[in-house]
Design a binder for this molecule. Structure first.
Ligand SMILES: [Zn+2]
Length: 624
């Protein structure tokens, strides 16, 4: 086809005309938003004959190029060859011969002209991120037609070095392949830390060869389904058939898989609290030394804290942490340290004895003593300690890094004293919180907490921190009490993790919710193509009952995004677009109505889900 014609078709497509039906045009809808984009004239035509060019003899770059080629094939159907020879019309990966200081270790430049596409960086990580950006410029449609990539010059690098997601595999176990899939998906949005919550009261998930009972016993529990927290304890003689764990070979395989995608895995072994799986395996390790079952999610009076007076526990932890240290190349190990109930320590002669011997004034100082002992074990294995902000209580171990989850105050305190901090305040970062109207989302963590994506997008990791240079970055956390399967894990993560990805990567000044939303929506067909489950909760408004003058009750809708039309009914029939439309002011409740039904439309088509909610439920919410 003559070049001029292609250009005309391209312009038609670009401006919303029909254009050439066989030419797939890319549009820039990138998440996270790059630092600088200069749109230029022209297009690069990507065809099945386009080559991928890498430098001779650099295996790491070839690996990046191969991952790109594989992903491009699954996105577009085009399988490109990788070459080290001279080539025209190529996608070129190259390292800068002289480091570009602006880019750092993870930045890149991506240049698309009509002749070629070039990704350059100081380090292979930058090439990987450049490739992710380029992949988002390719429409998620398998096609034999050439793909037009708009000419552009992008310079990009991250705002924070720590861009994490945490997955809890204790409350529910996720298989090796599911964990890989999670890591693969997060790496597409330039996350670089996978925090792996491997142990808790509901299961011990990592093989420790020196303490085999941890997985023989601690990885298994009675099967229960439904609403976590309301499960029945084991019946007499009931078998523990639910659970699973990762062998050390599995761990090595996942670590390598993550490394290939420039994701560092931070393992978490949660002590001294959250240790029931450990205690179920070795009953002598708790203060009461009673035999408890691994918890499946039932109420319990179990002693879930390791005894701080029992010297043998520290010997066991030496075994655990030396094996963990040898499996994970990351310089950090997360030791939890959160929510350790001190009640059993108060009643335990061994713990009290320890406090006397070590001159500790209270149980908070005993917690601090415990963490410092663990910190020494980590140091002996060449690792640094990270803990939840409870590790501040009773005095912080030297060199410890704090993960601030109960708001940002703990993080601020730690940063003030020169400790590194990762911000993960629950109101912006907890992916187990419900993300939309509760009548549809239902089971968030313990029915208590809400976090719409709009809220997540407000997260600012350095807000309220006096010493912001100590903030390494931030992290989204997916606790899985209410996440019984992998599809649900994806649903809770996406698209909210896009908001966090952008906060952690893109310049603060560029953040704009209204401008972010269409870029998020552009990811939905990518999720569909990759068969990743995701929430469309942004289309479902919140519904509330409000009291207006004369104590009259009315209904208001609060949409999360602009441009939606909300149609509703009070007569228990499906509201199509000929029903009453919400006009941004409180609506009257007709006499005798018991339910409201509502659904969002955009451009005359339903886009939200049908919300059906009882008026007495709305009334009950008013009091809360
Ligand atoms: Zn004790």
């Amino acid at each position: 086809m003559p070049r001029l014609l292609i250009l005309i078709f391209f312009l038609c497509y670009w401006f919303g005309g029909k254009g050439n039906p066989t030419l797939q045009q890319s549009k820039l809808s990138l998440v996270p938003q790059p630092v600088e984009i200069k749109v230029q004239n022209g297009i690069f035509l990507l065809s099945g004959k386009t080559m991928i060019s890498v430098p001779v003899g650099n295996n790491e770059i070839r690996e990046v190029a191969k991952l790109f080629a594989d992903e491009l094939a699954s996105v577009s159907g085009k399988k490109l060859e990788i070459t080290s020879g001279e080539t025209k019309q190529a996608i070129e990966f190259k390292l800068n011969t002289q480091a570009n200081p602006v880019l750092g270790d993870e930045g890149y430049t991506l240049s698309v002209s009509k002749r070629n596409i070039s990704i350059s960086a100081n380090k292979p990580a930058g090439l990987f991120y450049g490739a992710q950006t380029l992949l988002q410029m390719v429409p998620p449609v398998s096609t034999t037609a050439p793909i037009a990539i708009a000419a552009v010059q992008i310079t990009d690098y991250p705002r924070f070095a720590w861009r994490g997601l945490m997955l809890d595999v204790s409350r529910h176990f996720f298989t090796k392949n599911e964990v890989k899939r999670y890591i693969d998906q997060m790496s597409k949005y330039k996350y670089n830390i996978f925090h792996w919550h491997l142990t808790d009261n509901q299961g011990w998930r990592i093989e420790i060869k020196g303490l085999p009972r941890l997985t023989e016993v601690g990885a298994w529990r009675v099967p229960r389904t439904g609403s976590f927290g309301a499960f029945a304890p084991p019946a007499e003689g009931e078998e523990n058939t639910d659970g699973g764990f990762y062998t050390q070979d599995d761990i090595r395989e996942i670590v390598k898989y993550a490394q290939d995608r420039f994701v560092t895995i931070v393992p978490e072994i949660d002590v001294p609290g959250h240790s029931l799986a450990f205690i179920a395996s070795y009953p002598e390790s708790s203060c009461t030394q009673r035999q408890y079952p691994v918890n499946a999610g039932f109420g319990t009076d179990a002693d879930v804290v390791l005894c701080a007076g029992n010297e043998d526990n520290f010997k066991k932890l030496e075994i655990v942490f030396s094996e963990v240290a040898s499996l994970f190349p990351c310089k950090y190990i997360h030791i939890g340290g959160d929510e350790a109930d001190k009640a059993f320590w108060k009643k335990c002669p061994q713990c009290q004895e320890r406090m006397k011997a070590e001159n500790l004034k209270n149980e908070e100082e005993l917690q601090s003593y415990f963490i410092k002992r663990v910190s020494k074990i980590l140091a002996a294995n060449g690792k640094k300690l990270i803990g939840w902000d409870e590790i501040l209580e009773g005095g912080l171990a030297d060199d410890a890094t704090v993960m601030s989850w109960r708001g940002t105050e703990g993080g601020n305190t730690a940063a003030k004293t020169g400790h590194h901090v990762i911000m993960t305040p629950n109101q912006y970062c907890y992916l187990d919180h419900t993300q939309g109207e509760n009548v549809i989302e239902r089971y968030g963590i313990l029915f208590c907490c809400f976090m719409r994506m709009r809220e997540a997008y407000k997260f600012e990791p350095t807000e309220g921190v006096d010493n912001p240079s100590y903030v390494l970055g931030g992290q989204g956390n997916l606790w899985t009490e209410m996440v019984p399967n992998y599809r649900r894990a994806e649903y809770m993560t996406w698209p909210r993790a896009l908001a966090l990805a952008e906060t952690l990567w893109s310049p603060k000044a560029d953040r704009s919710w209204d401008e972010f939303v269409p870029r998020v929506e552009a990811q939905f067909p990518r999720f569909d193509q990759a068969e990743v489950n995701y929430a469309t909760s942004i289309y479902d408004p919140d519904i509330a009952m409000v009291k207006v003058e004369n104590d009259e009750l009315k209904i208001v809708f609060t949409p999360e995004i602009k441009g939606l039309d909300i149609y509703y009914s009070f007569d228990c029939t499906f509201p199509d677009k000929f029903y009453p439309k919400y006009q941004d002011k409180p609506i009257d409740i007709p006499k005798g109505a018991s339910e409201i039904w509502a659904i969002s439309y955009r451009n005359g088509k339903p886009i939200g889900r049908l919300l059906v909610i009882r008026l007495d439920e709305l009334k009950a919410r008013m009091g809360k």
